[in-house]
Design a protein around this ligand. Structure first.
Ligand code: AMP
Length: 427
């Protein structure tokens, strides 16, 4: 199938061609015609599937075919809600990229930065607004934004919005939208809560599923390295140096763990920065830009901060700590192996995390291959310590358990692989 078969007009097709896309991804092939038809949509799609263009392209098309102005001013006709600032910024980037040969105007609003430039941008007249729920409600309460003309609502990564406690905010926003509108709901997973939200929001939606929900991306090679918790940091430095990894996204469970790991890696001469909720927006943007530009070897992230990070063809993802919530494993490794390229997702698993690993393997319906690295063999007499499983946000705001958050023990004498790593493919 070609983009030209999908009913998109020339200015949009030109922008797609300039991006170098030759054919639509599976979700795009299904969602573009569905959105153009004007009905509601319920799409199961993870980041990395091309879902953003899947809703952005047909939305742009619908707006240009039915241009509307009121007393010379543009009407705000599309609202796209996302859980995080990073994702909001990336969606807006896509809107600008794909809409660059149209005269449509858009902006993005999120918290953590001054509201005045956002208020000005809205006042100047917009067709599309990309927003995180909190900042949108702020500006609504200040009467700086009117949603009376919204024709299309997108909830992107709806599962994550609920995980982050945005349900009440979403309901407040829904309450002021015009009743007659098109609703598009994208979610990587389908919990009972998401189903309830979809039931209340969507009107006979078209269902689109491109991959089995909760299945890990098949282009990703996954590997477990069993290791003692105190040896995780030396093992990570060893893997990066020995394999000459140049761009590694590392996940820790806590913000404190992320900061601590950055300090330890720096001592080993590995350039790294952390990206998490306690960092200012400008610090996060800089870290991400430096990482994308290849100036940083390692970006250490917590799950919430990493949500929406979009880096093409990221070669390595490391789970320094396994996530509390098994679904996050799928989201994390989805950062690599994107749009058809291969990626490697490595998890450093200590004895405390064996139950989490079992839960993940159950979710993805696959036993993950394990490889012990010589010199980093786990102590057979080690005893598991319980990991307190708290809700993510709560847990991120508290001090982490000491284990797994960046060990300080010396590097083992023999830190070399005895043989080249055996590569295990998941299928
Ligand atoms: P998303 O799932 O929306 O985060 O998109 C994942 C990545 O795939 C983004 O970096 C897009 O630029 C890229 N992408 C989207 N659509 C296509 C396409 N049709 N062909 C190649 N790459 C694409």
């Amino acid at each position: 199938m070609l983009f030209t078969d999908l009913g998109l007009s020339e200015p949009i097709l030109r922008a797609i061609a300039e991006e170098g896309y030759t054919s639509p991804t599976p979700i795009q092939a299904k969602s573009i015609p569905a959105v153009l038809k004007g009905g509601d949509l319920l799409a199961a799609a993870q980041t990395g599937t091309g879902k953003t263009a899947g809703f952005t392209l047909p939305i742009l098309q619908r707006l240009i075919t039915t241009a509307k102005v009121s007393s010379g001013k543009r009407l705000l006709r599309v609202l796209i809600l996302t859980p995080t600032r990073e994702l909001a910024a990336q969606v807006q980037e896509s809107v600008v990229t794909y809409g660059k040969h149209t005269s449509l105007k858009s902006t993005v609003i999120f918290g953590g930065v001054g509201a005045n430039p956002q208020i000005k941008a809205i006042a100047s007249g917009l067709d599309i607004l990309v927003a995180t729920p909190g900042r949108l409600l702020d500006l609504m309460s200040q009467k700086c934004v009117s949603l009376n003309d919204i024709e299309i609502l997108v909830l992107d990564e709806a599962d994550r919005m609920l995980d982050m406690g945005f349900l009440r905010d979403i309901k407040k926003i829904l309450a002021v939208l015009p009743k007659k509108r098109q609703n598009l709901l994208f979610s990587a997973t389908f919990s009972t809560e998401i189903k309830a939200l979809a039931d209340g929001l969507l009107n006979s939606p078209e269902l689109i599923e491109v991959a089995r929900s909760n299945s890990a991306n098949e282009a990703i090679e996954q590997l477990i390295h069993p290791v003692d918790r105190t040896n995780k940091h030396p093992l990570l430095s060893h893997l990066i140096k020995n394999n000459n990894w140049k761009q590694v996204l590392v996940f820790t469970r806590t913000k404190h763990g992320a900061n601590k790991l950055v300090t330890l890696l720096k001592k080993d001469g590995i350039t790294s920065m952390a990206i998490h909720g306690n960092k200012s927006q400008s610090a996060r943007t800089k870290a991400l830009a430096d990482f994308k530009a290849g100036k940083l070897t390692v970006l250490v992230a917590t799950d919430i901060a990493a949500r929406g990070i979009d880096i093409d063809q990221l070669p390595h993802v490391v789970n320094y700590d396994l996530p509390n919530v098994s679904e996050d494993y799928v989201h994390r490794i989805g950062r690599t192996g994107r749009a058809g390229s291969n990626g490697v997702a490595v998890s450093l698993v200590c004895i405390d995390e064996h139950q989490m690993l079992k839960d993940i393997e159950k979710l993805i319906k696959q036993k993950l291959p394990q490889e012990v690295i010589t010199g980093f063999e786990p102590d057979p007499n080690a005893v598991a310590q319980p990991i307190q499983l708290r809700s993510q946000q709560h847990q991120q705001s508290r001090k982490p358990r000491p284990a797994g958050s960046g060990g300080t023990s010396p590097k083992p004498a023999s830190a070399k692989r005895s043989s080249p790593p055996k590569r295990h493919f998941s299928r």
